[in-house]
Ligand binder design. Structure first.
Ligand code: ADP
Length: 447
């Protein structure tokens, strides 16, 4: 600044002297004025050039001036560069932040003070059926037309979440959404959505299960307390008394079977997957199953009826790798079902066979009443029965096939049910080749 002033004074003096040489009266003043005028003009031109440069986005090519203007340009360039770097950094952070919210399994909607959508992630768009671009600045109530949501949104109490029906619900499948509003900033609101379909389904299943168990236990309990009352209040003959006690023991057995099956199910759910190292020799394993089935068949045979014909076939030397107790539950359940549901004189075949791809299957084919096609997909549901009284009469708990399916799943296998009404049924347990150990084959560890 100082050198510039000195330079200006120097040139004013030079112009003054030159002016004096041309016209001693007004020359010096005019000369000095001309230097001032041209200096201002030159500065104006430089200022103009700098303003034009600043208006451009590119700060890389500044005007090439020296002196005070050069310093100014240099400083401006440094400040601008720093600002650009900061803006880029903030933009990147914002981008990362938005990407993180996009990746969230929960829906996030930012609402302005009026309740208009400022931004939403894809999950929220899917949950609420809105378009994350087209519906921006639309009022959320105009887009989410659920009475429960509208009431919740209009109220002041947003302490808890509410559950509404998801936009992609259909007659076949309903989606449940939990939504909650949170205030932030200046009267802004954050709307969070969460898919709770699985949780509500599990809750409903748990409630149904508890209701079913209570019902199953209440029935024999009611019968038993009736008998107890009768025994307490009436003086009965020994024969009659024995008959009542016999009926009570049947009911107690029913409750015991139910509790046993419930325990098996809870163990299946709570325990780690079956061992991959324990080979179960099928032939000896089937000895117990066969004698159990023959005993059951004989026990249910009424006088004068033709006995059932039971065929059992097991492969020699083949071993199945798995949990023998679980396998016993699954196999005995489907064999005993065939015995229980097939009328006297019927034929039941329980056959193990190996498939071409080395998988092994166990099929139980009966000539029983068969099952109508509409029941087939639901047979493995807990407590689902085609004929309730028939199941109870024969000592069923309604849990046998649910247990069998669970055991098969845990062993990497599958349960297949084929049946034709009036002709009979075929229940097949298929085990993967990795669980089969053929005769002479050494023990292998499952991958
Ligand atoms: P349950 O204890 O009632 O037998 P399950 O889960 O073992 O329960 O079987 C479910 C239902 O499937 C039974 O109630 C019965 O209606 C039907 N079912 C099972 N096995 C047979 C079969 N071999 N023949 C006809 N119906 C069967």
């Amino acid at each position: 600044m100082f050198s510039r002033t000195l330079g200006l004074l120097f040139w004013m003096a030079v112009a003054g002297i030159a002016g004096y040489w041309l016209s001693p009266a007004s020359g010096p003043l005019l000369g000095a004025f001309a230097v001032c005028f041209f200096t201002v003009l030159k500065d104006l031109w430089k200022g103009q050039k700098i303003a034009k440069w600043l208006r451009q986005d590119n700060v890389q090519d500044p005007p090439n001036f020296g002196g005070i203007w050069g310093d100014l340009i240099d400083r401006m360039r440094r400040i601008l560069r720093e600002q650009i770097r900061k803006t880029k950094y903030e933009q990147k952070r914002l981008q990362d932040f938005l990407l993180a919210i996009q990746a969230s399994p929960n829906g996030v909607v930012l609402l302005d003070a009026e309740g208009r959508i400022e931004w939403c992630n894809q999950t929220a768009a899917l949950h609420l059926g809105v378009d994350s671009k087209r519906d921006l600045m639309q009022h959320v109530m105009h887009l989410v037309r659920d009475p429960v949501f509208n009431k919740y949104f209009s109220s002041d109490d947003h302490q808890t979440e509410v559950v509404i029906e998801g936009r992609n619900s259909s007659l076949q499948k309903t989606f449940k959404l939990s939504v909650q509003l949170h205030s932030y900033g200046e009267s802004r609101q954050l709307l969070l959505t969460r898919d709770v379909t699985a949780i509500t389904h599990a809750d409903a299943m748990r409630r149904d299960f508890v209701a079913n168990v209570s019902h199953e236990i209440r029935t024999p309990l009611t019968v038993m307390s009736g008998f107890i009352e009768t025994l307490q209040s009436l003086k009965l003959e020994t024969d009659e008394r024995d008959r009542y006690l016999e009926l009570m023991s049947v009911q107690a057995e029913r409750m015991q079977d139910l509790v046993n099956d419930l325990l098996i199910l809870s163990q299946l759910e709570g325990s780690s997957l079956p061992s991959s190292n324990d080979p179960v020799p099928i032939e000896s394993f089937m000895v117990g199953i066969e004698s159990e089935a023959r005993g059951l068949s004989a026990a249910q045979l009424q006088a004068g009826e033709a006995p059932q014909i039971l065929n059992f076939e097991s492969p020699l030397g083949v071993q199945l790798i798995g949990a023998s107790k679980e396998l016993h539950s699954a196999v005995s359940n489907i064999v005993n079902n065939a015995v229980r549901y097939t009328p006297s004189g019927g034929v039941i075949s329980a056959i193990w066979s190996q498939l071409a791809d080395e998988r092994i299957q166990f099929s139980v084919v009966d000539t029983g009443p068969g099952i109508a096609p509409e029941h087939l997909p639901r047979l493995t549901e807990r407590f689902y029965r085609v004929d309730r009284s028939r199941s109870r009469e024969s000592g069923g708990t309604g849990l046998g096939l649910a247990i069998a399916k669970h055991v098969l799943q845990r062993h990497g296998g599958e349960l297949k049910i084929e049946s034709e009404l009036g002709k009979g049924s075929r229940f097949t347990l298929i085990f993967p080749a990795s669980r089969v150990l053929n005769a002479g084959q050494s023990h292998k560890t499952l991958g």
